[in-house]
Ligand binder design. Structure first.
Ligand SMILES: C[S@@+](CC[C@H](N)C(=O)[O-])C[C@H]1O[C@@H](n2cnc3c(N)ncnc32)[C@H](O)[C@@H]1O
Length: 315
């Protein structure tokens, strides 16, 4: 395994999920982002009673995970699904609640490494960027069909890009001349849209625009908004959910849901907590955790991770 295929904060995820898994005689964990199956593999090895339901919207990730987890086949159910479909998937398996849920958000190293998927500004390929290549619009279709205002909104909001207007004006010009076909065309267009002094800081200037398009193509934030509450709803008492985000927009969504779910609804000023209004969840620790310096040295993907965890304490 190459270093960049290493699962992020693996030991920490195991430690955080352990109490939820160990309290149940027949524990079930949903790996909502199965990817290459790294986290699932380690969990199955560590907990011999554990059953995993693994989801991924990418069919090539599913095939790799199936192979990697082949020795656990009687304890793993792998399903091609978007993670906001979790309730339907669990209903189909007859599971009303589960003991653990893991979200390792974003793209996998497999998706980034396969040039033809179009996720990487560093490798020339058609502008696809769909995690699920069986459905939905490609990045090229977004770039060709969205209005100027919509493109500015996407690149400004999802890419947190200050120069969105300049970039989009160049996109409009290039698409009229049919000059926007590949990741390299887009990466170069972004580079020349950004003033030279700004280009010297903050890494490759195309990174933010590529992130924005990827989020739009896969509707990542809208899906996450639906998925987090639906997943929390399926946790058993004592069940835990761990979420790793890799950019601030995702982390903000997770943080907001966790904050609301851990607040008591008992009116302020009452001397006692009203049981039916008490919070149904509690944070496993305050705030978010980062990867260790050592892990970041060994695996650059760990650099931007923010991990949060929550536990259900009441129905
Ligand atoms: C970072 S990788 C997971 C890596 C995995 N934890 C491991 O250790 O090998 C994220 C995976 O989540 C999948 N994914 C992203 N968004 C998804 C969604 N909304 N529904 C289902 N899968 C999704 C991607 O296709 C990708 O394979």
């Amino acid at each position: 395994m190459k270093a960049e295929h290493t699962s992020v904060m693996l030991e920490r995820c195991i430690t955080l999920l352990a109490p939820a898994i160990e309290k149940s005689p027949s524990p079930v964990v949903v790996d909502a982002t199965l990817g290459l199956g790294g986290h699932s593999f380690a969990l199955l090895e560590k907990f011999p009673q554990l059953r995993i339901v693994g989801l991924d919207r990418d069919e090539s990730a599913i095939s790799i995970a199936q192979e990697r987890l082949a020795s656990f086949t009687n304890r793993v159910t792998i399903i091609h699904a978007v993670y906001d479909e979790m309730p339907t998937v669990l209903d189909g398996l007859g599971l009303t609640s589960v003991d653990g849920i893991l979200f390792d958000l974003g793209v996998s190293s497999l998706q980034l490494d396969r040039a033809e998927r179009g996720f990487s500004y560093a490798q020339n390929a058609p502008l696809d960027m769909r995690m699920d290549q069986s459905r939905g619009m490609t990045a090229q279709e977004v770039l060709n069909s969205y209005s100027r205002n919509d493109l500015i909104r996407v690149i400004r909001e999802y890419g947190e890009e200050k120069f969105a207007t300049r970039i989009v004006d160049n996109i409009i010009e290039a698409r009229q001349k049919n000059e926007l076909q590949t990741t390299t065309d887009l990466a170069e267009l972004v580079k020349r849209s950004i003033p030279a002094p700004a280009r010297r800081v903050g890494g490759n200037p195309a990174k933010r625009t590529f992130q924005a398009l990827r989020i739009e193509v896969n509707q990542e934030l809208a899906v996450l908004e639906r998925a987090i509450p639906r997943a929390m709803d399926r946790l058993a008492i004592g069940g835990r959910m761990v979420v790793m985000s890799f950019q601030s927009l995702e982390d903000k969504i997770v943080k907001r849901f966790f904050a609301t779910a851990t607040e008591s609804l008992t009116p302020r000023g009452l001397p006692v907590e009203i049981a039916s209004l008490a919070a149904k969840f509690q944070l496993v620790f305050r705030g978010s955790e980062k990867a260790s310096e050592q892990e970041i040295i060994e695996n650059s993907r760990a650099q931007s991770v923010r991990l949060r965890a929550i536990e259900r304490v009441a129905i």
